[in-house]
Design a protein around this ligand. Structure first.
Ligand code: TXA
Ligand code: MG
Length: 351
């Protein structure tokens, strides 16, 4: 299959969206930008089209998709009931990087929800995503537009790396703003449970829902059978080289990473070090990339996936990553790092 990339940053962008909408109506798969990461979209109400997403991505069939809508009223078709909590959350955070879990209606195909009785929904905060949904005339089911297991794409080049030859069209809206996937919140349980942290932070949710709880799977591996969100089972976001995280005060983790990097060099390997603006000059050996400033977790979130893909391009053999503070977007950064590292996390300075 020939894959076209059309830019949304010139005068012809309306035609490009119209072409994308035509593909979606025909049951094809189109990659498009959102404010979080690029999505791999198809008509959420067409099971054949949805299966094409799973094929293109190489995604396990038991991992459900997020359904993207353009207006709050579109929810009425997808869920049997809209709780008051959903109205308050939507008012505060939609359009935006927050996905809510609802009991699904009969209209939502099992292919989208992987057979679950619930459906994940969000309104993205990106003009092109919203225009594509409107013009397609259907809700769009879309996972992140990476091959399964790879870091999510934050620009059209990343989508191209993973999807060339597998889908007919990539709509290029430039770099995404948030850089990590949406926050996933299960409001079918009481109290609501944070299943995946993202751009709408735990602190932001707590202003409306003081009782919200964080699922233990957010920062630790989940035991089989105990998984609330199927996505939690899989290793995710992984660069090609094995990754290890060191957590703790910077004056402890820098010497620990230096020691590991020196040992890697001694074995003839090229280590990659995922550092921060404050610490990036503290390492003598290895290829050092910075996620951003420790005091600006949103900046680190936006850069993380591009840095992981950069390590692949540079061909490092092993990656040592600094852990960061878990406040605000830092929780989402640590969640993605922990999964990318297969939960290999060491507390630096703890004997
Ligand atoms: O920002 C985002 O959320 C992006 C853009 C494209 O919107 N999409 C995205 O989709 O990250 P995906 O498929 O990569 O992640 C969806 C997550 C998975 O962890 C999945 O298991 C979970 O949402 N999920 C979907 N439906 C669910 C449900 N009914 N119950 C619990 N978790 C669900
Ligand atoms: Mg994904």
């Amino acid at each position: 299959m020939n894959t076209r990339i059309l830019t949304l940053m010139d005068a012809a962008s309306k035609d490009s969206i119209a072409l994308g909408a035509e593909y979606i109506r025909q049951g094809q798969v189109v990659a498009f930008p959102t404010e979080t990461v690029y999505g791999l979209g198809a008509d959420a109400l067409n099971p054949q089209a949805v299966l094409r997403i799973f094929e293109a991505k190489g995604r396990p069939a038991d991992n459900p998709l997020i359904v993207h809508i353009d207006a709050f009223e579109d929810l009425l078709f997808l869920t049997a009931e809209i709780p008051q909590t959903a109205r308050r959350l939507a008012e505060a955070f939609w359009p935006g990087p927050l996905t809510l879990i609802f009991p699904k209606s009969a209209q939502v195909p099992d292919a989208v929800t992987a057979g679950l009785p619930t459906v994940a929904v969000r309104i993205p905060d990106h003009w092109a995503a919203r225009a594509l949904i409107r013009q397609s005339g259907c809700p769009i089911g879309a996972p992140s537009a990476n091959r399964s297991g790879r870091p999510s794409p934050t620009c059209a080049d990343h989508v191209w790396e993973d999807m060339q030859g597998r889908i007919p069209l990539i709509l290029d809206g430039g770099g995404t703003q948030v850089g990590l996937e949406s926050t996933v919140l299960d409001i079918t349980s009481d109290p609501p449970v944070l299943l995946r942290p993202g751009g709408v932070t735990l602190e932001m949710l707590q202003t409306l829902l003081p009782q919200v709880v964080v699922d233990p799977g957010v920062l630790a591996p989940v035991l089989r059978g105990a998984v609330k969100s199927p996505g939690m089972k899989y290793q995710h976001y992984a660069p090609q080289a094995p990754m290890h995280i060191f957590r703790g005060p910077v004056d402890k983790l820098i010497p620990r990473i230096r020691q590991e990097a020196a040992a890697a060099c001694g074995r003839g390997e090229t280590p990659g070090i995922l550092a921060t603006e404050e610490t990036k000059d503290a390492y003598g050996a290895g290829i050092v990339l910075s996620m951003g400033a420790r005091q600006k977790p949103g900046e680190m979130a936006a850069a993380l996936f591009a840095r992981l893909r950069e390590f692949d391009r540079l061909g490092v053999d092993i990656i040592f990553a600094e852990g960061v503070d878990q406040a605000r977007e830092g929780l989402a950064v640590m969640n993605r790092l922990a999964r990318a590292a297969g939960f290999r996390i060491e507390e630096a300075g703890v004997e």
